[in-house]
Design a binder for this molecule. Structure first.
Ligand code: CP3
Length: 368
């Protein structure tokens, strides 16, 4: 039986995803639950490790709600990680304190690729249980976003076995054994589609695909090894959630600005942009089909509140006049950072950011 939840009180984010007019520009932040919040660090030390946090439904629910208790954000994002999927494939994920993720069993040769399978979704039950628990705890305050890594971004970690500066191992495989790379990507696409659909069935109201390392690919390779598989995933997603509402799909390719026109052809509702893109130009290129999400440089949050406000105005102005026709769809913007928030961000600066986005975007609608 599908779970049932309280009615949504703030639908600004979902409306903007669907290119409908809103009273102000909604905002949420990538990595909004994380180490810049002292309460996150406290819960994390109680849990003992990052995976201890992510695999415990109560802890995952608690930390998802932490940023919403501090700031009037317009969406919540499931607290988990993109690497839960390769972990469930048996790659052995660990996060050592102060280090990035690491896989005990990276996929580097034909034998390892041959052993790779779509994981049993029961191994990821803790993620779907967290989605349902968070939806209940939110009581309709704001919508909940589910997420996954893109097939390519997951493959980067699976082959490298950790983060990488040069992507040497994964690119070596891509160029020398493209057949193996395609087999990994196909398994990942099948896994990601099943994983996101299970999140939707558990109560996710929007889903986002993080193609964090799409931008490291050469032109041509991006289309073949990243975009094609993201596109396959999108085609297989359940269109309506447990509330019988459309579930908007967001695709974020970091460093993908030069392929925006091609990404405009994807069967999704929203494209996420990093800080290298101009939102007005992006709107001219794809604004007739897609809502846009982004794209403040996260490092601006280290500047003074005055400078943060000025940069917020710059980003909102760069998008151009807000769409205000309640009877038609039009170009819409969801405010976010161009990548995840840094762990060194002063929490007060986030208050300043959220209030500047809300107040200035309301003012833009009054004058228009
Ligand atoms: O956005 C949110 O608040 C939801 C939670 C979330 C996390 N990771 C929690 C997390 C999301 C959406 C992610 C996605 C993720 N994870 C991506 C894609 C987005 C991006 O940043 O490009 C990637 C590439 C990962 C892989 C990953 N997870 C890395 C490289 C690291 C280590 C780097 C770091 O910041 O420490 C993680 C760990 C991780 N995932 C943390 C959090 C809050 C920090 C770990 C900790 O608490 O010790």
């Amino acid at each position: 039986m599908s779970p049932s939840f309280a009615p949504l009180k703030n639908d600004t984010f979902l409306r903007a995803c669907m290119r409908q007019a809103t009273d102000y520009t909604p905002i949420w932040l990538m990595r909004q639950a994380g180490r810049y919040l002292p309460e996150y660090c406290a819960t994390r030390s109680q849990a003992g490790s990052f995976m201890g946090l992510a695999t415990n439904v109560n802890f995952a629910t608690e930390v998802t709600l932490q940023p919403l208790a501090r700031y009037p954000l317009d969406a919540a994002i499931l607290f988990s990680d993109i690497l839960t999927v390769p972990d469930a494939m048996g790659l052995g994920l660990s996060f050592a304190q102060g280090e990035g993720p690491r896989f005990a069993n990276p996929v580097r040769d034909e034998a390892a690729v041959g052993q790779l399978h779509v994981p049993d979704m029961n191994k990821l039950r803790y993620v779907f249980d967290a989605v349902t628990s968070i939806r209940k705890a939110l009581s309709g305050q704001v919508p909940l976003i589910g997420f996954s890594g893109s097939p390519w971004t997951l493959a980067c970690y699976m082959v490298e076995g950790a983060g990488s500066d040069d992507y040497r191992l994964v690119k070596s495989m891509l160029y020398s054994r493209p057949d193996l790379m395609h087999r990994i990507l196909q398994t990942n696409a099948d896994s990601v589609a099943a994983y996101l659909n299970a999140q939707i069935d558990a109560g996710a109201q929007a889903v986002m695909i993080f193609d964090s390392w799409g931008g490291v690919l050469a032109d041509g390779a991006f289309q073949q090894f990243s975009l094609a598989y993201t596109s396959q995933v999108l085609a297989r997603l359940t269109r309506k959630g447990v509330d019988d509402q459309v579930v908007p799909r967001i695709v974020f390719t970091k460093g993908g600005g030069m392929w925006l026109q091609e990404m405009g052809q994807l069967d999704c509702e929203v494209l996420g942009l990093d800080w290298t893109m101009n939102l007005g130009k992006a709107r001219a290129l794809v604004g007739q089909h897609k809502a846009l999400q982004g794209n403040l440089d996260p490092n601006i949050l280290f500047a003074s509140p005055d400078q943060i406000e000025a940069q917020v105005r710059r980003v909102l102005d760069s998008f151009g006049p807000p769409h205000q026709d309640l009877h038609a769809t039009g170009p819409t913007h969801i405010f976010n950072l161009g990548h995840g928030i840094s762990q060194y961000t002063p929490p007060d600066h986030v208050s300043c950011l959220v209030s500047a986005v809300h107040s200035y975007s309301r003012a833009l609608r009054r004058v228009a």
